[in-house]
Design a protein around this ligand. Structure first.
Ligand code: BTN
Length: 340
């Protein structure tokens, strides 16, 4: 990463003033070099304030800037997001990645946008993608695993988003908790209020015979969205509504990929979710709660106990009998009296 981007990353990370002296120390360069980088960043359109005795501060744009430069400045990964393709607007980032994969794109290719016109959700639903406050992104993966192991990647991704969410500093006096609703919805609860979905993940794959050709993991982060239609306002929210302040979209995006890289490596090494199970269960809001398993053949009610190494939800039926492992494929789970 060049010096200018390193400075940008320090400013984005700090979210506040950073002294010139600290920047010199962190980067091992002179004050003049720091000043030159700041000037170049300003020429590129960044608004950077300089105050005597306090240092430099990057002023956030209203929507928590999302553009190629901010993303590149914030991204601190080895392969996830390299290359990074930023689009002002697109149909569906999952579709973009499939197209790029056909053209020979490599693992780690990431498409990010703030405006999606034909967002896809799970189970053939539409992912409503209002412009300019959120992040819609997809990554290309080519893991050497069997097709039946692929659904676990969705849980790996959910854990990464949850870990990134936990780093969010809420507004003073605000209490916010984040969790995962099995298998891969990220939910938030503010000031003890109900859990609401703030992020959805859609994993799609293309096979060659029985082998995986491409896997696309698409993530819709409701970051700074402030209003939701009446239809979904009971169950949907955004990270910023939960935290009580607006958030930097590039920074949150970068935090997600940093954590994903780490979790994905652990998953691939083990060939299962075994090394991530404990962390995932810590996040799992269904755990210990009554849930309704919407199996089209045999729906039932029970208590969610946790997950197994394959990421299946283990549910103890209320009618008694041995716990049942529920796979995420065709079955969804609801709370006994509502969303969770
Ligand atoms: C869900 O239904 O919960 C999953 C929603 C996934 C939405 C994301 S937005 C980025 C990517 N592109 C798409 O078309 N869908 C996914």
């Amino acid at each position: 990463m060049d010096r200018k981007n390193e400075i940008l990353r320090e400013l984005v990370r700090a979210g506040d003033y950073v002294s010139g002296q600290e920047l010199c120390r962190k980067l091992g360069v002179s004050r003049t070099a720091v000043w030159k980088c700041i000037s170049r960043l300003r020429e590129e359109g960044y608004v950077i304030e300089a105050v005597t005795n306090r240092g430099y501060r990057l002023r956030e744009s209203g929507g928590g800037s999302l553009d190629r430069r901010s993303l590149e400045g914030a991204l601190d990964t080895l392969w996830a997001g390299h290359p990074l393709i930023y689009k002002e607007e697109t149909g569906s980032t999952n579709e973009d990645i499939f197209r790029l994969a056909e053209q020979g794109a490599g693992e780690g290719t990431l498409v990010v946008t703030g405006r999606q016109k034909a967002g896809r959700g799970r189970r053939g639903r539409t992912w409503i993608s209002p412009p300019d406050g959120n992040v819609y992104m997809s990554i290309l993966l080519r893991p050497g695993i069997r097709a039946d192991q692929a659904p676990m990647i969705t849980l790996v991704m959910a854990l990464a988003v949850w870990e990134a969410a936990r780093e969010i500093r809420p507004a003073p006096g605000r209490e916010v908790s984040f969790g995962i609703k099995w298998p891969n919805d990220i939910v938030a609860s503010a000031d003890g209020g109900p859990w609401k979905k703030v992020c959805g993940i859609l994993t799609e794959m293309r096979l060659e015979e029985t082998d995986i050709r491409d896997i696309v993991v698409g993530i819709g982060l409701n970051v700074n969205q402030r209003t939701f239609s009446e239809e979904i306002s009971g169950t949907a929210s955004s990270f910023s509504l939960a935290a009580g302040r607006s958030l930097d979209r590039s920074l949150l995006t970068a935090a997600v990929w940093k954590r994903f890289e780490k979790n994905y490596a652990l998953f691939l090494e083990a060939g299962s979710l075994a090394p991530l199970k404990e962390a995932y269960e810590k996040a799992l809001v269904n755990k210990g709660r009554t849930c309704r398993v919407l199996d089209p053949q045999a729906p039932f009610t029970g208590t969610a106990l946790g997950i197994n190494d394959r990421g299946e939800l283990i549910v103890a039926p209320e009618e008694g009998g041995a716990p049942v492992s529920v796979g995420s494929g065709e079955i969804s789970v609801r709370g006994a009296e509502g969303y969770i």
